[in-house]
Design a protein around this ligand. Sequence first.
Ligand SMILES: Cc1cc2nc3c(=O)[nH]c(=O)nc-3n(C[C@H](O)[C@H](O)[C@H](O)COP(=O)(O)OP(=O)(O)OC[C@H]3O[C@@H](n4cnc5c(N)ncnc54)[C@H](O)[C@@H]3O)c2cc1C
Length: 310
Amino acid sequence: MTVLVIAEHDNAAIKGATLNTVTAALACGGDVHVLVAGHNAAGAAAAAAQIAGVAKVLHADAAGLAHGLAENVAAQVLAIASNYSHILFPATAGGKNVAPRVAAKLDVAQISDITKVVSPDTFERPIYAGNAIATVQSQDATKVITVRTTGFDAAAATGGSAATETATATADAGKSSFVGSEIAKSDRPELTAAKIIVSGGRALGSKEKFDEVMTPLADKLGAAIGASRAAVDAGYAPNDLQVGQTGKIVAPQLYVAAGISGAIQHLAGMKDSKVIVAINKDAEAPIFSVADYGLEADLFAAVPELVKAL
Ligand SMILES: Cc1cc2nc3c(=O)[nH]c(=O)nc-3n(C[C@H](O)[C@H](O)[C@H](O)COP(=O)(O)OP(=O)(O)OC[C@H]3O[C@@H](n4cnc5c(N)ncnc54)[C@H](O)[C@@H]3O)c2cc1C
């Protein structure tokens, strides 16, 4: 039994989600191989070889793999899929773009968003926005799986010494092409990797107030900024800051929710945070039911006070 992890990377380095996926792969049993499909991605392949527990890195390098186009990466995975009992992707935008194509072509059922490996064919995954956990058993010959990264600790990024093998790169599928990307530049930690997140909700009332109130708190704590969907929909915060069922799933050491009611769709994205602090002027707000520390207060007074005290 050999397990394949599809690395998430930017050609130069491996992204953190890959490390959590390796931990899930190790729990499946057997050897763990990592596929680095990219272009000029020797840096990423070398980093993958350092991950503790990885037995082999397969490095496929071609111009068509430079930007992680789903059609091309899926073809690359399919070219080697027959060697593997399990194929694991992080349940990130990138992984979720490729995994269904691979599962469909292999004619197997994808097992999505697993949070636990019970045995090599049985997995746990949250359903109903995290309100219930389903135990899923698969009889498919190849298990195609996406891994909820917050469900697994990150494997150590160093300490391994896997052999790196060149995999023959598949031809460009020609079904899509890379046009350009607009990457939001920020000195803040990435939301899904941050140890501390401060999130603002609809209560902030405007983009100006959101920035004026939340940014100093994030600066003081060295935190990433998140937002509820209501805040995003109202234009107070950009889309990529949304936390929740249809946003990002996070589990930082500390999550501060200011002016967020705690709808189940928001809780689905953050309730596994280690310590949750809620600031809300409504004592009945559901966010207090998951909060470790709750402050019933007006956030426009409480947050600046907190910033001053820190
Ligand atoms: C299919 C689906 C998917 C969804 N996915 C997501 C998702 O991914 N993420 C997400 O967040 N939501 C999601 N939602 C929306 C979700 O149901 C809620 O509508 C949303 O989370 C509410 O955002 P909010 O808490 O900022 O706003 P509100 O519910 O309006 O809450 C605002 C809170 O601020 C408090 N408040 C007001 N003024 C102050 C003040 N001055 N000081 C302190 N507190 C104050 C109020 O008491 C209230 O509790 C989804 C909904 C659906 C149907």
